[in-house]
Design a protein around this ligand. Structure first.
Ligand code: ATP
Length: 246
């Protein structure tokens, strides 16, 4: 069962202690949000969890094994979709499988199986520039999922989208993840988005950042984009805004 534990991670960047001491975790199939002020080191934390950079102290434990500084275990979607402009959507989404050694034809066949579920059916041979923003993000999410399907790090995947597309994508994501069951760490700046999507939310402070609030989201996720009417919603939202000093 994929469980990810971040233990006492700290990191100094450019002489500035950026990550003070961060500990957090996500249990199997949990959707965990990370909120924090701009520049507090959220992307740096994901770079460490994915093994791209080493922390100064602390460990990343996945399924009980130390994965600090080890790449390739979790999938990581950056803020930008980073699709290759000269490759079709099918080629783009097949890349992680090809990198893992799956023959090209088989990789394409496997990726193609998910196009319906990711709302991309019929667009296999389109190029990224020919798709809407929402479709490009779905293609990037599919590519991320195919890299490592059980633990996904998503760094503000919907930040570049307009409000309507963004809400549609949130509802879609909940539906898809209900079927695929990944464990997710999700960075966002948006308190409403965190409360809409996540089972649990960590709030980070300004640098040197630490976890200043951890909240469990007690209400069920809505089936549609309806407003959450649970009585605890406003209090949780205010608690998070207070922690962010907004
Ligand atoms: N390689 C680096 N060398 C020096 N400083 C860096 C480096 N990478 C990031 N920083 C600085 O570290 C801090 C944290 O950056 P990071 O991108 O992790 O923050 P963030 O919380 O993800 O920001 P945002 O919410 O704006 O995306 C920033 O002040 C950034 O300028």
């Amino acid at each position: 069962m994929p469980e990810i534990v971040v233990e006492g991670i700290s990191k100094t960047l450019g002489g500035l202690l950026t990550l003070g001491e961060i500990s957090l975790k996500a249990v199997d199939q949990e959707f965990v949000g990370i909120l924090g002020p701009s520049g507090c080191g959220k992307s740096t934390l994901f770079n460490i969890i994915s093994g791209l950079i080493l922390p100064d102290a602390g460990r990343v434990i996945i399924d009980g094994q130390d994965f600090t500084g080890v790449t390739g275990r979790v999938s990581y979607m950056h803020q930008k979709d980073l699709l290759l402009p000269s490759c079709s959507i099918l080629d783009n989404t097949s890349i992680p499988l090809i990198l893992k050694g799956v023959p090209k034809r088989k990789a394409k066949a496997v990726a193609a199986q998910y196009f319906e579920q990711f709302g991309l059916a019929g667009f296999e041979h389109y190029y990224p520039s020919q798709l809407s923003g929402g479709m490009r993000q779905r293609a990037a999410l599919l590519r991320t999922y195919l890299f490592s399907s059980d633990i996904m790090l998503l760094d503000e995947p919907f930040a570049s989208l307009d409000a309507i597309t963004r809400r549609k994508m949130q509802v879609w994501l909940l539906g898809v993840f209900k079927e695929l069951h990944p464990t997710v760490l999700f960075i966002t700046h948006d308190v409403e988005e965190a409360l809409f999507l996540c089972d649990r939310v960590y709030v980070l402070s300004e640098c040197p950042s630490e976890v200043c609030l951890e909240v469990k989201v007690p209400f069920c996720r809505p089936e549609s984009s309806r407003t959450i009417t649970d009585p605890s919603y406003s209090k949780l939202r205010d608690d998070i805004l207070d922690a962010l000093s907004i």
